[in-house]
Write a protein that binds this ligand. Structure first.
Ligand code: ZN
Length: 349
């Protein structure tokens, strides 16, 4: 079983990716298809969309088999909140919309193709697993990954146990929904999260949160960015254009854009300090996600400035410590597929 080919999937709200992981080699048979999501696929009940995903997964495995590829296992990285113990999908807004109901994906797959050994994991866990065998993380006792994109979440991996610890509900690391006191240039502001909660981390410093911050700065008469190059570049733009324009200006090293970035990396720096303080076995934190990769070195520099500003109690040479411990992750389309493959191998140990 351990040496077999594994069908691997990366299921997001926009794309379904698939491939075959050949142990000791690499990914093969890579393909990508538009997701069956609630916006592009007609349906009466959400379960119809959910069953279309099951069809897709089963048909892909069958197509590999029809090419003579011996598939014993299949591992799926799901862009959804799920119970990591059972594989039950709790919620996937981008895929199944606001009326999304829980769906037991693993059970459905086991019913349709019982001869295949199926595994379903969360996409943040997959992104983390994609990194854990890289030489710079292999020696760390525990590795944490934070993703900052349309939402924010993190996961911690235990290298010795080869697992992502979960609570009794199969959850870990949903930091995006922790309420915070967010200060924008010294003024405490409030915002609602997409989940309906008040002042969650997501509401301020995720991709969507940053759009709201930019709009607020443009609308304020006393804004610290008034009459600046950044203000002029952003002032007549639609909501959907703000983030890209902001990152374009930031990547020119515009000083006002850097100041705005420092506001939105501060709460992430606080989360990292909490992580290092509470779990001393976390020796590396990997930063990834669309927001991080939109600015890469500039995002990391801003994070470092804020980490040093907050500080880690009784730690000598903070600059060296944070530089070594907080790293930029790999940004490639195959992270989900590779992470799903590593999760399967870990399960088989
Ligand atoms: Zn929330």
């Amino acid at each position: 079983m351990k040496d077999s080919n594994i069908a691997v999937f990366d299921i997001g709200g926009t794309w379904f990716r698939s491939g075959v992981y050949i142990k000791g080699s690499d990914l093969a048979e890579l393909s990508k298809a538009p997701a069956y999501n609630y916006k592009n696929t007609p349906y009466d009940k959400v379960v119809e969309l959910q069953l279309k995903l099951v069809d897709y997964l089963v048909e892909q495995v069958q197509s590999y088999q029809s090419k003579g590829i011996d598939i014993q296992g299949a591992s799926i990285s799901m862009g959804a909140a799920l119970n990591g113990h059972t594989g039950e999908i709790l919620n996937s807004g981008p895929l199944w919309g606001p009326e999304c109901e829980p769906f037991d994906l693993l059970e459905q797959l086991q019913k349709r193709m019982p001869e295949i050994n199926w595994l379903v994991i969360n996409d943040v866990s997959a992104a983390l697993l994609r990194h854990v065998n890289d030489p710079e993380y292999q020696k760390a006792k525990r590795v944490n990954l934070i993703t900052v994109s349309s939402g924010i979440a993190c996961r911690t991996y235990d290298q010795k146990g080869h697992y992502v610890p979960l609570n009794k509900d199969g959850i870990q690391g949903e930091i995006g929904h922790i309420p915070i006191h967010f200060s924008l240039f010294g003024e405490i502001i409030t915002e609602d999260c997409d989940c309906g909660g008040a002042n969650h981390l997501n509401a301020f410093v995720s991709g969507r949160g940053i759009t709201k911050i930019l709009r607020r700065l443009l609308n304020s008469k006393t804004s610290p960015i008034s009459d600046t190059h950044l203000f002029n570049k952003l002032q007549n733009l639609e909501e959907t254009e703000l983030n890209k324009a902001f990152f374009d200006v930031l990547n020119e090293d515009d000083p006002e854009a850097v100041k705005v970035l420092d506001q939105v990396t501060f709460p992430i720096a606080e989360m990292i300090i909490n992580t290092f303080t509470i779990d001393a076995e976390v020796e590396k934190v990997i930063m990834t996600g669309g927001v991080v990769h939109a600015a890469e070195d500039r995002y990391m520099k801003s994070l470092l400035v804020n980490l040093e500003k907050i500080g880690l109690y009784q730690t000598t040479d903070q600059t060296a410590f944070f530089k070594d411990a907080v790293r930029l992750g790999v940004n490639d389309d195959n992270s989900g597929l590779l992470g799903a493959a590593i999760a399967f191998e870990n399960k088989e140990r």
